[in-house]
Ligand binder design. Structure first.
Ligand code: ZN
Length: 181
């Protein structure tokens, strides 16, 4: 049986056994996860997410890049169009991990600089090989870049691909981006 055959068979099993009709578009856990595209690091598995529970953005490294911010802006606008309460509590989780493939790009600074939208000389500040540092960096980038409501709770996590365990690096906190806050 080919890989495609296997996946089609699994999709048929999902349609009959795992599918829930009528799920709302808005995430029922009021949660967004930003994580790596790494096949070992799927938030649906690591965080036990079920269909409809969370919005997930995945990219190389789970990093806050101009592209990530653009996606977040579009998603926020969809929420506004859907009439979501902009002041309601919302959870934003940034999930980085050990042994990330982005480490293999350290000798390709031109690729990484373009990815982050920065000059090559600024790359060391992105800490691409240190997930504990990169979580802190991306939280700071996020706070400086996006006018998120104060009611959004932001958490950083590092997943260890050798143990399967998640470490909460930044405790839950409200993001404060308004000058008056
Ligand atoms: Zn990765």
């Amino acid at each position: 049986m080919s890989t495609l055959d296997t996946l089609i068979q699994r999709s048929q099993a999902f349609a009959t056994e795992g599918f829930t009709a009528g799920l709302p578009l808005m995430p029922t856990l009021r949660t967004m996860v930003i994580s790596c595209a790494d096949p070992r690091v799927d938030p649906a598995h690591i965080l036990g997410l079920k269909p409809g529970e969370a919005v997930v953005i995945r990219n190389v490294g789970g990093r806050i890049t101009p592209g990530t911010l653009q996606n977040m802006q579009l998603l926020q606008t969809i929420g506004q169009v859907m009439g979501a309460n902009p002041n309601g509590e919302f959870n934003l989780i940034i999930l980085h991990h050990t042994d990330c493939g982005i480490n293999r790009l350290e000798d390709r600074p031109e690729l990484l600089a373009a990815y982050f939208g920065i000059d090559k000389t600024a790359l060391p500040a992105k800490a691409v090989s240190d997930p504990h540092a990169s979580i802190q960096i991306d939280l700071a980038v996020l706070k400086a870049s996006v006018p998120l409501p104060p009611s959004w709770k932001v958490t950083g996590m590092v997943y260890d691909v050798n143990t399967g365990k998640v470490e909460v690096i930044v405790p839950v906190e409200s993001i404060q981006t308004h000058p008056s806050a």
